[in-house]
Design a protein. Structure first.
Length: 212
């Protein structure tokens, strides 16, 4: 339609050039500020109780989640978001940056993408965890613990500024207030203490993959 309008109006390609700005946003609006900081962070520490973190998802998982979005997303938006999520994973290849992930047991047992595809995400976690700049730990379902209030991400910028990020159903909050970040860091430290060690976590994930 833009091409026809460009010809009819004699715009000389100016209207056609605008089509780039009509593409769907590759990232949900609530997380765009966080993604910008994430791309530059020298250290990231993530806790996710219900989902495998985006940086660790296989394409099957990354595709299943936006397809389950409500209100429904159109196919073009789904593809843009899947592509953007997989592109973000290039960050893990930057070996001078550190990434720490704690994943709730419920997230590992949730067969996102269907039962037949569930083994691949688990084995992918084990492969990524072999990188020396990435740690993956499991927080078992053990009753009350300090991570029950939801996911949490901590970032350290190249300037050594510390940021926290928390995301809910319709909001994503990125904050740098020192008091608030301090509480988030204390909570994250407790979650790390309650999680399984690296070797135990790998064994736990491997056993789950074999059971599928």
């Amino acid at each position: 339609m833009l091409q026809v309008a460009d010809q009819v109006c004699g715009a000389g390609g100016k209207l056609v050039a605008a089509q780039e700005y009509l593409k769907p946003e590759p990232l949900a609006t609530l997380s765009q500020d966080f993604i910008r900081y994430e791309s530059e962070a020298m250290a990231l520490s993530s806790y996710e109780p219900l989902l495998i973190p985006g940086l660790l998802q296989t394409e099957e998982t990354a595709r299943a989640l936006p397809k389950a979005h409500w209100p429904p997303l159109d196919d073009e938006t789904v593809e843009e978001r899947v592509s953007a999520r997989l592109k973000r994973q290039d960050l893990l290849g930057r070996q001078t940056r550190s990434f720490s992930f704690v994943i709730g047991e419920a997230a590992l047992r949730n067969k996102v993408g269907g039962p037949e595809a569930h083994t691949r995400p688990l084995r992918h976690l084990l492969t990524v965890a072999e990188q020396r700049n990435v740690t993956v730990q499991v927080l078992p379902t053990v009753g009350a613990h300090s991570g029950l209030n939801g996911p949490l991400v901590l970032l350290e910028t190249p300037e050594h500024e510390h940021l926290g990020y928390e995301e809910g159903q319709t909001t994503g909050v990125l904050y740098s207030d020192a008091d608030r970040v301090s509480i988030a860091m204390q909570r994250n430290a407790m979650i790390l203490r309650q999680a399984l060690g690296l070797t135990e976590s790998a064994r736990f994930i491997g056993k789950m993959a074999e059971e599928q």
